[in-house]
Write a protein that binds this ligand. Structure first.
Ligand code: NAD
Length: 281
């Protein structure tokens, strides 16, 4: 397979996706509306490759070969040469709809348009385009260079060929693809976010401090990371956005976002990316 990839959005997920594509020897362009986000993403990728060199996981030649595959642009038109576009912009329904309408115009005929959305309907995103058979969910986990899983989600119209290509691409990135159906939150976040939300309720109701909640889940349930530290890693704005999709999409009050989570997001306490969430960074 000789893919050329464009990644839309150079936030924490976008830079990780670009990292693994470049490491697999696939030409990849990161595209973001913010030049600052692109510069930060490139610096993060370089730092992460250097960390892998220190660990002995890769050598300098491999890093240089990977970095030679990576380019950046603030122009969405740079998708024109891509065979697969992976969208990883902010988790917002209207924003993703707008991006997919633009991608449909700007990308080449036959290019696959994948989205890394955590929760938004693939079928609805696909319906924004004239090529719904080429639209698919490709849900990477955070941090992308470390995590093994890619959740693959077919929309109602996604073709067998698009699915097969995406599964093969996921494997060529060294990942394990698992198929999920197109329901709010798919599998990963349908199961994870209610737990995170409940952990926030525990803090709000004074059942335990963030440290106590996380320690219980780490030592008691053998989770490598507590739910609140994980929420800070995901981004509290992203957690809130996913819960809103679960709540609206499934219509069950058990998915109502905790008021304390709303309050933190309103205050700009978004977790690691803003320096403060349930913990201070
Ligand atoms: P982030 O806030 O770190 O980055 C989002 C980036 O998108 C920003 O750099 C922003 O400038 C850019 N952006 C916004 N509008 C854009 C546009 N019109 N065109 C191009 N770029 C644009 O967010 P993130 O955590 O990287 O999440 C990105 C996507 O990945 C979301 O859909 C999220 O749900 C999903 N996701 C996140 C995680 C996680 O743990 N954070 C895990 C899996 C999937």
């Amino acid at each position: 397979m000789s893919d050329v990839i464009a990644v839309i959005g150079a936030g924490q997920m976008g830079n990780g996706i670009a990292h693994v594509c470049a490491a697999a020897g696939i030409p990849v362009t990161m595209i973001d509306v913010s030049a600052e986000a692109l510069a930060k993403a490139k610096a993060t990728i370089e730092k992460n490759f250097d960390r892998q060199i220190k660990k002995g996981a890769i050598d300098v030649a491999a890093r240089d070969a990977a970095l030679s595959k990576l380019s950046t642009s603030t122009d969405l038109g740079a998708v024109s040469t891509a065979t697969v576009v992976i969208e990883a912009a902010t988790e917002n329904v209207q924003l993703k709809f707008k991006i997919f309408r633009e991608l449909d115009q700007l990308s080449s005929v036959g290019a696959i348009l994948a989205t890394n959305t955590s929760s938004i309907s693939i079928t609805e995103i696909a319906a924004q385009t004239q090529r719904p058979e080429l639209v698919i969910g490709m849900h990477f986990m955070n941090p992308v260079p470390v995590m093994q899983l890619i959740e693959i989600i077919r929309g109602l119209a996604t073709s067998d060929a698009t699915l097969a290509h995406t599964v093969a691409l996921s494997k060529s990135l060294g990942k394990t693809p698992v198929e999920a159906n197109d329901y709010p939150g798919f599998i990963a976040n349908r199961v994870l976010l209610p737990m995170i939300n409940e952990a926030v309720f525990c803090v709000m109701e004074g059942v335990g401090t963030p440290e106590a909640v996380d320690t219980v889940m780490k030592l008691g349930m053998n989770h490598p990371m507590g739910p609140l530290a994980l929420a800070d890693l995901i981004g509290l704005d992203t957690c809130l956005a996913i819960l809103e999709v679960l709540h609206t999409g499934l219509g069950d009050s058990k998915y109502r976002p905790c008021p304390l989570l709303r309050k933190y997001v309103a205050a700009g306490w978004l977790g690691r990316k803003s320096g403060r969430g349930f913990y201070t960074y």
